[in-house]
Design a protein around this ligand. Structure first.
Ligand SMILES: [Zn+2]
Length: 172
C-alpha cells in the first residue's frame, strides 16, 4: 500500500514584505494619536528639527544627535516609508543618499514651531536656546506664524535661526 503525501503549495507573497509595526494607540480614533504614531517615537522630532535646519546626510544626523546608528537608521526609514522624508541618491559610487522633506514633511513645520514656542516659554530657564527669525527682516515668528515685525505670514522657507540667550546653557 502506498501513501501519498499531498502537499499543498501555498503561494508565498514575497513581492513585498511589510513589517507591521505595533501601534501604540490602537483604538484611538484621534488625529493626535495618529500623528504621534508617525512622529512620536523617541528621536523622530529631533531628526525632523535637524532636517529643517538643513541636515541631509546620515553621518551628519549621527554627529548632531549622537544617537545609535541602528536607531537613526530605523527612524529615517520609517519617515521615508510614511512619505515625510524622501531619500535621494547624491553619489553613485559608492551609492550615498540624503534625506529631504516632502511637502507632507514640510507641513510639520508649524508643529515644530509650536513645540519651540512652548519650550521657550515653559522649559527654557536660561532663555530660548535658538531664535527663529524672518530671513532678511529680523522679526520673529509670532503665535500666528507671522512675522512680529513686518506681519508677513511665515513658512519653513522664510526663516533662519541664530543662537539665543539660552544657547550656552549646559544641556541637561
Ligand atoms: Zn518680517
Amino acid at each position: 500500500m502506498h501513501y501519498y503525501t499531498v502537499s499543498c503549495m501555498k503561494q508565498l507573497n514575497v513581492t513585498r514584505i511589510t513589517v507591521v509595526l505595533k501601534r501604540d494607540y490602537e483604538g484611538q480614533n484621534c488625529s493626535i494619536a495618529r500623528t504621534l504614531e508617525l512622529i512620536g517615537e523617541r528621536w523622530t522630532m529631533l531628526i525632523l528639527r535637524d532636517v529643517f535646519l538643513g541636515v541631509r546626510r546620515f553621518e551628519h544626523f549621527q554627529a548632531e544627535l549622537g544617537v545609535a546608528r541602528n536607531v537613526l537608521s530605523s527612524r529615517l526609514a520609517r519617515l521615508v516609508d510614511e512619505g515625510i522624508l524622501e531619500k535621494r541618491r547624491y553619489q553613485e559610487r559608492p551609492a550615498r543618499y540624503e534625506y529631504r522633506l516632502t511637502e507632507k514633511g514640510i507641513d510639520l513645520w508649524p508643529v515644530l514651531i509650536s513645540l519651540v514656542k512652548w519650550g521657550d516659554k515653559h522649559a527654557a530657564a536660561s532663555g530660548p536656546p535658538r531664535i527663529i527669525e524672518h530671513r532678511g527682516c529680523g522679526g520673529q515668528v509670532n503665535d500666528h506664524l507671522s512675522c512680529d515685525r513686518c506681519g508677513q505670514p511665515l513658512g519653513a522657507r522664510d526663516v533662519m535661526t541664530r543662537p539665543g540667550p539660552g544657547a550656552s546653557a549646559v544641556a541637561a
